[in-house]
Design a protein around this ligand. Structure first.
Ligand SMILES: [Zn+2]
Length: 229
């Protein structure tokens, strides 16, 4: 189900807000290109958005106005970002978000847009795990962080939320999604963990009790299903 092109460009952008079409801008880009011939390349930059960051964005990314003050403005880096992606296939978690911001930047700088044909690990996750269980601190079923817990990657990526860390996690999540889709996954998941509550179909919350994994239906108090798996 997943097409592999000659070059995959795993990417993540941090931004000043959620809306590329309402004045928000990219403040950080990290890209990792993996080519079929084994070539690996990285591109990383901060970008001065020429506007103040909100407290929320600083809290999420750890980036401050001071960090960005001496960073290049987007006109200085947009050509190199576009060139790095080249003819590669972009891969991102919630790809429309990242591409929306990057393409808006490319348009403002008279550069060719990247086509929408990329790989969205969020969409793949939703397809493979229709009611993925929610781990403590996972955020929501298909958040990258929740997939990190789902795939047992938490030890390696506990500090995710800057672009570089998120991309490294993305690569690992992508590989595991591929393995699962191809039936190569070493882990067999209990149905309730990936298809939700056997009674009502809601996603389950994951907790640990006495070293065992407990799944509790999210649909409370209507549904009281609790399973030990
Ligand atoms: Zn239920």
């Amino acid at each position: 189900m997943i097409e592999i092109s000659d070059k995959l460009v795993f990417l993540d952008v941090e931004t000043t807000g959620l809306y590329w079409d309402r004045g928000d801008r990219v403040i950080e880009v990290f890209m990792l290109a993996l080519s079929k011939n084994g070539e690996v390349a990285e591109y990383e930059t901060l970008i001065n958005p020429q506007r103040r960051l909100s407290k929320e964005i600083t809290a999420i990314t750890g980036l401050t106005d001071a960090d960005l003050k001496n960073a290049p403005v987007e006109a200085d880096v947009a050509p190199a970002i576009r060139e790095f992606i080249g003819m590669g296939t972009p891969v991102a978690h919630n790809l429309p978000f990242d591409l929306g911001f990057l393409n808006a930047m490319f348009r403002r700088n008279n550069l060719l847009e990247v086509g929408a044909a990329g790989i969205d690990t969020l969409a793949i996750s939703r397809e493979l795990f229709p009611r993925l269980a929610i781990y403590p601190d996972g955020g929501g079923s298909h958040r990258l962080k929740n997939l990190m817990y789902h795939f047992g990657l938490a030890d390696a990526y506990a500090n995710a939320h800057r672009a570089r860390e998120d991309v490294m996690l993305l690569v690992e999540v992508f590989r595991r999604l591929q393995d699962f889709a191809a039936g190569r996954s070493p882990v067999v998941y209990p149905d309730a963990l990936i298809y939700g509550c056997p009674t009502c179909g809601s996603a389950m919350y994951v907790t640990a009790e006495n070293g065992r994994r407990v799944l509790t239906c999210k649909n409370q108090p209507a549904c009281q299903v609790k399973l030990v798996v």
